[in-house]
Design a protein around this ligand. Structure first.
Ligand code: ZN
Length: 131
């Protein structure tokens, strides 16, 4: 599958920045401005600026937001799934705990950087914290 940017890079001084494209780019862990450069230099550590377009990313202040969203989504999905699995197959408590513990860890590790990218995208689009 080839990647086609959903929109061109926005001008630095333009007054409005579309929020949804910036959120989608953040969910893909890409620069909210150009959608090409990666925003992370490690698992959750942001680059100071985009390597492709040079957009300054040092203003991002995601704080607890990504962790909150990760817990919210993981708990809702796995909690519902756990109830369904228990009602349907009634596995032993240790099996249920082991499977869903591993599932919660893997799902959290998958979602956390994506939600952080999404929040950085929102902050960039809304020009928060000096963006
Ligand atoms: Zn960029």
């Amino acid at each position: 599958m080839t990647h086609v940017p959903d929109r061109p890079a926005f001008e630095a001084g333009s007054p409005e920045r579309p929020t949804w494209p910036a959120m989608r780019r953040g969910l893909r862990q890409r620069c909210p401005n150009c959608g090409e450069g990666t925003i992370f230099k490690s698992y959750l550590k942001l680059r100071p600026s985009c390597g492709t377009c040079g957009e300054d990313l040092s203003h991002a202040r995601a704080d607890d937001g990504p962790a909150y969203l990760t817990i919210l989504v993981t708990a809702k999905i796995l909690g519902t799934l756990m109830l369904f699995v228990f009602e349907r197959w009634q596995p032993g408590p240790y099996v249920l705990a082991a499977v869903f513990s591993v599932g919660a860890i893997l799902m959290s590790l998958y979602l956390l950087p994506r939600f952080k990218g999404m929040i950085v995208g929102i902050q960039w689009a809304k020009r928060m914290h000096g963006f």
